[in-house]
Design a protein around this ligand. Structure first.
Ligand code: ATP
Length: 488
């Protein structure tokens, strides 16, 4: 649809865009990215014919851009430039209606029903119909942006060129605008080339991204191939972290501020508070945590760590809600809390501190083995899961990589299984050695400063602390549990 071949251009003797080549397919959304002053707007002006090329060639629908008249081009290509504060004193409807000019035949052509329908539809889709009789000077930046988008859509173009279309728009309108463009690529055979500063929006909505740096193309590929940490850091000169979007296979880029480098306070045994109702650890600052808890599960940053005692016959339809209400009652912000449950007496928790040079870990275990299960034979059982749980907390005074988090979970689980074997705990259903209980939970939380911990398998310093700590704590907690059971 659009082909740019070895295009160079700029202002007077100043060549700003240098030898850029790319092709845009019909119905594609191509995002143009790059730092300030990298030539994005200049490239866009070259495509829309506003500034001439000093070298190279641009064709649209297989014909040189130069061979189109201004009106022919306007029928096919709409441009939404960066929003400027000045606006003429037209009403919203008048402004949007100007989008129909290229479709009118002659100066005094009649306004047709088709024109009217296109204008009204565009205003509806961009949510500006309610302002149709207001002057655009009275509108906010975001509202004005939507009016100009409506004007471009009323033009019913085949190619839409946009310069930072989401600038000035709040979150909801950013999403609406980008969803609308995506929909138009399908329903109206629209092709979009758009400049973005928001790398994450570009990643989510664009089929491909073109990254410019000092007027030259650094890469042109799918978002996952362009938004690589090393590339973004080199081109934008900023520390970033990239990770997948939680719901879609698209990369998301987050800046890493310098202030995070400060030393964080460590976790010690003294921070634990134990009542008959719960164990609480209040961290001095949020800890990066990976867990299978009832609330605060998955990966996140949390300050309050709760292991709540519930009766043996605890049954609840919505344990997430119940646990959230519990945290709120005590004044622990749910968004900052990780909460587990156990029927074990929480006073019986075993807590140990372990050290290896600068690296240290604090491990806490509550263990009940009334519902011990041999995982290899669990498929033969059809009993409901019951409360009777081993809850394991692993706090690390160090900086863990993603691999280390996962390996810490694995190492902790292996040490738990070994403790069950050592205590000869059996699955009462199968009479074979148990590997856990039906509802075990585990968390790994780290202060994320100090010693860098890349791995946490059994032969690493952290793996050794976790292996010994979880084994010792679980063994002792099982012993206490069995002794208490004997007594009552
Ligand atoms: N009208 C102009 N006359 C002369 N030089 C210009 C003009 N417009 C832009 N430039 C120069 O061209 C270079 C690229 O500008 P351009 O606007 O294309 O960058 P950009 O990537 O769109 O930047 P931004 O992200 O800041 O919008 C800059 O160094 C700028 O100073």
């Amino acid at each position: 649809m659009l082909k740019v071949e070895n295009a160079s251009g700029g202002y007077g003797d100043n060549t700003v865009v240098n030898g850029v080549s790319f092709e845009v397919q019909k119905q594609e959304i191509l995002g143009i990215l790059g730092p300030n002053g990298s030539g994005k707007t200049t490239l866009m002006k070259m495509i829309s014919g506003l500034i001439p090329l000093s070298e190279g060639f641009i064709s649209f629908k297989e014909k040189s851009l130069k061979s189109y008249s201004a009106k022919q081009l306007a029928k096919e290509i709409a441009v939404l430039p960066q929003l400027h504060s000045h606006a003429f004193d037209y009403t919203v409807r008048e402004t949007v209606s100007m989008g129909r000019y290229p479709h009118q035949k002659g100066m005094f052509a009649p306004w047709t029903e088709k024109d009217e329908a296109a204008v009204t539809a565009a205003m509806k889709q961009t949510g500006v119909l309610v302002y149709e009789n207001q002057s655009i000077q009275e509108l906010s930046g975001g509202e004005r942006q939507r009016v100009f988008l409506a004007q471009a859509l009323a033009q019913e173009p085949k190619l839409l060129l946009l310069d930072e279309p989401t600038n000035h728009l709040d979150l909801s309108y950013q999403k609406q605008l980008l969803d609308l463009l995506k929909e138009w690529t399908r329903t109206h055979e629209l092709t979009v080339v758009s400049i973005f500063h928001d790398l994450n929006a570009a990643s989510l909505y664009c089929d491909r991204l073109l990254l410019l740096h000092e007027g030259q193309m650094v890469s042109l590929a799918a978002p996952g191939d362009v938004l690589k940490k090393e590339t973004v850091e080199r081109v934008y000169r900023a520390s970033v972290h990239t990770q997948a979007h939680p719901e879609l296979p698209k990369p998301q880029v987050t800046i890493l501020p310098d202030y995070r480098q400060q030393e964080q306070k460590g976790i010690t045994k003294e921070l634990f508070q134990i009542t008959s109702d719960h164990i609480l650890l209040t961290a001095p600052q949020p800890l990066k945590t990976l867990s299978s808890a009832v609330i605060g599960a998955g990966l996140g940053w949390y300050r309050y760590f709760i292991n709540r005692h519930v009766p043996m016959d605890y049954e609840c339809e919505d344990s997430y809600r119940d646990m959230s209400d519990y945290a709120e009652r005590y004044g622990w912000n749910v968004a900052d809390s990780v909460g587990m449950m156990t029927a074990v007496k929480v006073e019986d928790v075993v807590i140990k501190e372990l050290y290896d040079g600068e690296l240290s870990a604090v491990i806490a275990v509550t263990a009940g083995v009334g519902n011990a299960v041999d995982v290899s034979l669990a498929h033969e059982r059809n009993k409901e899961a019951a409360i009777g749980t081993i809850n394991i907390w692993i706090f690390v005074n160090g900086k863990l990589s993603d691999e280390a988090f996962i390996q810490a979970i694995m190492t902790g689980t292996e040490a738990k299984v070994k403790a069950l074997q050592h205590a000869e705990i059996k699955d009462p259903d199968t009479n074979t050695l148990a590997t856990g209980t039906s509802t075990d939970s585990l968390l790994v939380a780290a202060v994320q400063s100090g010693s860098e911990v890349q791995y946490a398998g059994p032969i690493t310093p952290l793996g050794k602390l976790i292996g010994k700590g979880v084994f010792d704590c679980t063994t002792e907690a099982i012993k206490i549990y069995l002794e208490r059971k004997k007594k009552y």
